[in-house]
Design a protein around this ligand. Sequence first.
Ligand code: SF4
Ligand code: SF4
Ligand code: SF4
Length: 407
Amino acid sequence: MEEAYIVLDKEFKQKVHSIPKIEELRKCFGCATCSSSCPADIKPNQMAKAILLGFEKPTQNIWNCTMCILCTTRCPQDAKPHEFWGELRSFNYTLGNAPKPYYDLSKSVEEKLNPLGSAKEDKLGWLNIRERFYKRLLKTGKLEKEPKHGIFNIKNLTKEKCKTVYFIGCTTSLYARNSGIADSTLRLMMEAGEEPGIIGMEEGCCGYPLLLCGDNQTFRKIAKHNVETLEKMGVEKIVFSCAGCYRTFKKDYKNMFGELNFETFHISELLEKYFKEGVFEKPRERFKTKTTYHDPCELSRACDVIEQPRTILKYFLDSFAEMQNNKESSLCCGGGGLVKLTNSQLSSNIATTRVKQAEDIDAELILSACPSCKLTLTDGVSTLGKKIKVLDITEFVAQKIGLIPEA
Ligand code: SF4
Ligand code: SF4
Ligand code: SF4
């Protein structure tokens, strides 16, 4: 009966109706298709109606939205509610009505160039982790010799001028569990004959978490920092293994700065190209591990990179299977929208729902193409106490073509 106390606020109504994307909500004819698909169960159709009427309280539900875009994909009216949700976050953030962790995150990006409050030097920590990993394997005899392309260090990866840059992203460089993604991505690019460099300590957060907070001002600053740094390096091509960073450069930087001087690729697009053009040989041996693929929302629904990862995986796998929700109808892993910051239980519930979908098809391995998805799904597997393995597509391919050990 809580709704009985929700009051219509005329001033709020006037303000919220001045948000440009309110037009997206006006297209809504209330069919509730979005609500039946929403992984966060925030009932977007009811929220849209309440906002149009001028009720303020339901708008606080916006912080539970994973920004997964599914409501927009499913809408038969071609409304784009998720675009309005983004602006609503910004509206709340500017008024000081966002949850406190969002302001802390913004401050961290502004001061330390990353959303986790880590020191700038920590961005290079993954190199030490991988070095220790290889040295341990060499010492114990599990690896006979150094991996092809050597053991990386900051000197052999950073260059003042560089045409091809691998933009690592905070979720890869600052989480030990994702160090293999950075290592694998670079090795795959080198194996294909590219000469990738990295930015190093000055690599800023792509800014996507700031857009999710609704802090457009700090987003503009960090985006400018990144673009200027890349331009100074003379970069022509940027490669991403993070779906969120890729989407931000491809869509949001473009919206902000217009056409940029560099091309952007997600590594799964390049891998498909390497195999199709014969740069990489198609594998002779196919593997029987029952495997499925989780589409990162930012890669599939936001950027339409859907078939490329599947094409690559089908070269390797005899037993590839789709989960119930797949491709453009994929279910968020629970890691989106910064929901973990304020409602970790909800994030965990969504993650376990997704893992159960993998379990339903007897998958032994879940692959994805986003470090954030890998973290969230791995946590989902351990919450359920299951034995399903979770890997990034870069790690999987690098293992299968012998660039990194399967340890
Ligand atoms: S799916 Fe579209 S039209 Fe239907 S309730 Fe949701 S926003 Fe409205
Ligand atoms: S973006 Fe995703 S989580 Fe948010 S309202 Fe739409 S379907 Fe629900
Ligand atoms: S973490 Fe991955 S699946 Fe989850 S919302 Fe982000 S891109 Fe989507």
